[in-house]
Ligand binder design. Structure first.
Ligand code: PLP
Length: 469
């Protein structure tokens, strides 16, 4: 779906109130959710006492309570109560081969059995994993491994400042670049500033320049205005748009950022934590044919195995990481590049290429997008729609991500619309469909026609609960 169509359909949804499920029907669905998930509830009740909120990841599916998962295989996951789900969370993007991919697991088990987890020194797998990334990503000549996407984003900012000698980092509103002090600014919804930044001193944002997505004038002004205030060291972008494309970008947006970076001697940094090896084996940089100076990678490069992150890019830029004392950009991480993570990265990327995994996941995503849009046409009163960037799908039901914060009643709108979207997720989960944050679906190479039919069936059921206008 083209950018303009996404915008106009989204605005159409926002021009009307959300479509809640009537309370009596919703109560029955909540009841079903609770009845199916007794063991999960037990675990949650105990966890609440020793883990704040009872759950580690702030963004997990957690309404009315989080479900504890037992295992995953192919496109399915099972919870501790034995319920099975068609999974489109895919661990938050990294799973493309499918859960529990045997050939990959076997390699890792072999390493654990024969070599042990880590020595704290380097291993050959580090070289192999770096080479595999370089082989696929056109903008990457050197790689430095870290332990998470958050760390890799922090490193990219530091490298950009060290390389350019400049100070400011332009961050695009609504984008997510991990939870480090400088980056928890205008996340999720553009213009929210420090709304979600409790515990972070305001000074941390002194050199972060917040630019709303697709605002070409403000973008250019940000470069101009900061020229004599330390200059722009880099622009950090999610190349398909904030929140992995929930805020899609104008077709010329990345091109314009590239031009302005060249004009002002700033670095273009692509955060490919989700897009790398998912929209294409060459990442969004290949998908759009735009070369960033730095690329941030995360969870995807170890395919769900732990300790996963990397900052990568042009050789001259990356070289600031290996200068002598007093020159070098400092980075750490005891378990960074440990053999298990590196072997997982090396073999996962190899298996993905050998199995044509990204293409297969994309074909399925295209098919499901089309089928869901056809289903939604049967309820045109709702205006729901789906779009995808390769194996990343977004479904828009209440458009809560897209509320303009400057509009009157904006906060109420966000809360109400998010609540309705959460209620839809309770229904889909209670019937065996697992998605991300009520807006997103990631596909893997193993999703098949059976998955597609079951997915449509659950959506059809959800639509049947919403009264006709
Ligand atoms: C675009 C993007 N950047 C950075 C991160 C942070 O990665 P991590 O959760 O590994 O710290 C995420 C996490 O979802 C992400 O989506």
């Amino acid at each position: 779906m083209e950018y303009q169509e996404i915008l106009s359909r989204r605005n159409e949804i926002l021009s009307r109130p959300a479509h809640p499920i009537p309370e009596n029907k919703l109560a029955a669905e909540r009841d079903l959710y609770t009845k199916r998930n007794k063991r999960s509830l037990e675990i949650f009740e105990k966890a609440k006492g020793i883990i704040p909120g009872g759950v580690e990841h702030n963004l997990s599916q957690n309404k009315p309570f989080p479900l504890a998962m037992d295992r995953g295989k192919g496109y399915r996951v099972w919870d501790v109560d034995g319920n099975v789900y068609i999974d489109y969370l895919m661990c938050g993007a990294p799973i493309i081969l499918g859960h529990g991919f045997e050939p990959l697991n076997e390699k890792i088990i072999e390493i654990i059995r024969e070599k042990g987890p880590a020595t704290g020194l380097t291993s050959e797998y580090e070289l192999l994993a770096a080479q595999e990334i370089i082989n696929h990503m056109p903008g990457v000549e050197m790689v430095r491994f870290l332990q998470s996407g958050t760390e890799a984003d922090m490193a990219a900012i530091r490298i950009a400042r060290a390389f350019t000698g400049k100070l400011k980092i332009i961050k695009i509103g609504g984008s997510y670049h991990g939870w480090s002090d400088q980056m928890v600014y205008s996340i999720h919804v553009p213009h929210t500033g420090a709304l979600e930044s409790k515990g972070i001193p305001q000074e941390c944002f002194a050199h972060i320049v917040d630019v709303a997505p697709n605002d070409f004038d403000v973008l250019e002004k940000a470069f101009k205005d900061n020229k004599d205030k330390g200059g722009v060291a880099g622009v950090l972008v999610e190349p398909i748009g904030g929140e992995s494309g929930a805020h899609p970008v104008h077709p010329d947006w990345n091109k314009r950022i590239r031009e302005l970076c060249d004009q002002y001697g700033s670095l273009m940094i692509f955060d490919e934590v989700v897009t790398g090896f998912r929209v294409d084996m060459g990442g969004a940089q290949k998908y759009y044919n735009i070369m960033p100076d730095l690329t941030v990678l995360g969870k995807i490069i170890t395919h769900g195995y732990p300790s996963s992150g990397a900052v990568a890019g042009r050789k001259d830029v990356m070289s600031v990481c290996h200068g002598g004392l007093g020159e070098k950009v400092f980075m750490g991480g005891t378990l960074a590049a440990n053999p298990i993570s590196m072997a997982a990265g090396y073999y996962a990327l190899k298996f993905m290429a050998e199995n044509d995994a990204v293409r297969k996941a994309t074909i399925y995503a295209n098919k499901l997008t089309k089928a869901l849009n056809k289903l939604f046409e049967t309820r045109s009163d709702l205006g729901f729609f789906v779009y995808n960037f390769g194996a990343i799908m977004h479904y828009v039901t209440t458009a809560f991500f897209s509320i303009d914060l400057r509009a009157p009643d904006a906060f109420n709108q966000i809360i109400t619309r998010q609540q309705v979207a959460n209620d839809y997720s309770v229904v889909t989960m209670a019937h065996g469909l697992c998605t991300l944050a009520g807006t997103r679906m990631y596909t893997c190479m193993q999703h098949d026609d059976e998955a597609l039919h079951k997915t449509l069936e659950i959506w059809e059921y959800l639509l049947s609960l919403i009264p006709k206008n």
